[in-house]
Design a protein around this ligand. Sequence first.
Ligand SMILES: Cc1cc2nc3c(=O)[nH]c(=O)nc-3n(C[C@H](O)[C@H](O)[C@H](O)COP(=O)(O)OP(=O)(O)OC[C@H]3O[C@@H](n4cnc5c(N)ncnc54)[C@H](O)[C@@H]3O)c2cc1C
Ligand code: FES
Ligand code: FES
Length: 423
Amino acid sequence: MGEVPTIRINGKDYELGPDIGEDERLVNFLFDKNLKGTHTTCFEGGCGACIVVASVPDPVTGSMETYSVNSCLVPVLSCAGWEVTTIEGLGNSLDGFHVVQDRLAEYSGTQCGYCSPGMVMNMYGLTQNNPAWTASDVEKSLDANICRCTGYRPILEAFKSITTKDIEDSHLSKCAKAGKGSGCPCAQKSNSDKTKPKGCCKQTKSPRGMLPASAKAYQPTSLTELYSIIAALPPEDGYSLIVGNTAQAVVGGDYTSKATIYIRNIPELSQVTQTTENVGFGACISISRMMKEMKQMSSSSGYAYLDHLADTWQHVAGTSVRNLGSWAGNLAVRSTHLDFPSDLFTHLVTAGATITVGTTDGSTTTHSVEELIGMDLVTNRKVILHITFPKMADNVIFRVFKVCARATNSHAVGVHEPPARRI
Ligand SMILES: Cc1cc2nc3c(=O)[nH]c(=O)nc-3n(C[C@H](O)[C@H](O)[C@H](O)COP(=O)(O)OP(=O)(O)OC[C@H]3O[C@@H](n4cnc5c(N)ncnc54)[C@H](O)[C@@H]3O)c2cc1C
Ligand code: FES
Ligand code: FES
């Protein structure tokens, strides 16, 4: 028998047993474990009340990437091998509060308190994801957390007052592996001390394991395995390839008859490639990671335009949705739901990007972004593999726009047909 898939929450391991369905969300799992400090309102990734911080294994490097996620969207079966911190794990009235929690109260950034766990976890996620965060990053990061009481000024002022040193000095600064505070022996070791204490940092990774056979859910770890799973499904059966599972909040999800295939652990789909001719991003790369990579690449000749693209994507959904949601999931939804006002679609058409699509026999084809429309990926057993950006002369001024009701976390107004053109 293989390893049982396990999720680690606040340092404690929980097995993902056969009683868990494909549609069970992380937040419901937390409630079942009596972790009720995480709140919910919309169940659609729109309010931020349910935000927790997750460390998710990168299938290429094996390292853990830490960021905020909306626990109302994440299927708990997709969390095997994840390490999750909730508001209770960050600090509490018995063990003492974390500096992020303390500061929010000190600045009167909490009234009814309903939004506060999500606000705090979002800010904590920022400090873990970007140790050199700025005041502007704080503002950008809170782009999808809604508060009905305080107004946002005291919340922003509270969080902007937090420094790197505050986080380091917090008596509850976490050991990322074990979720322990300063009592954890590794917290007292200097960086130069290579002899690690027992426990804590020595803790094994939470096992990814095999999903229960009873579930109509699969978690392939290679492209070949993904193709075999799809090829073995009855030809008339539909299925969902799940990366962030955020799209169901936009277009609805159907878990009744389909197979659910979590593809985040396939290394081939998480790779960034750069040649002398172009740059490419695997299908499972999140919008947030892509924005970071594009910013970095924009300093190379031919890719200056990626800087503007990354800036504009700040207006696509909210930070924690972008942390999980992939560019390929966005385009796959656009290819079947013609009324979905995808910003990425319009912007990627404008950039002249091309998409490589694979089929279960291992063959690949390359298409313009427009050609994805109506391709019927599921019926034709096609998988989006990666996107390629061409070089553009550095004197070209590249601009894409978004017209929307609010500056953040708002869908674009109108359907983007025909797509924008390069002038
Ligand atoms: C609150 C909220 C606000 C949003 N705001 C915006 C916005 O302002 N602008 C905008 O453009 N978008 C917006 N979105 C949409 C968001 O960008 C998408 O939901 C996200 O990018 C989808 O990625 P995912 O990894 O979560 O896809 P998933 O939900 O995991 O998958 C979605 C679909 O794509 C298919 N799929 C996934 N990967 C592949 C693949 N490699 N090959 C073939 N098919 C695949 C799956 O079968 C599934 O049917 C918003 C979403 C939410 C929840
Ligand atoms: S409950 Fe609103 S974002 Fe999750
Ligand atoms: S403090 Fe009441 S919703 Fe924010």
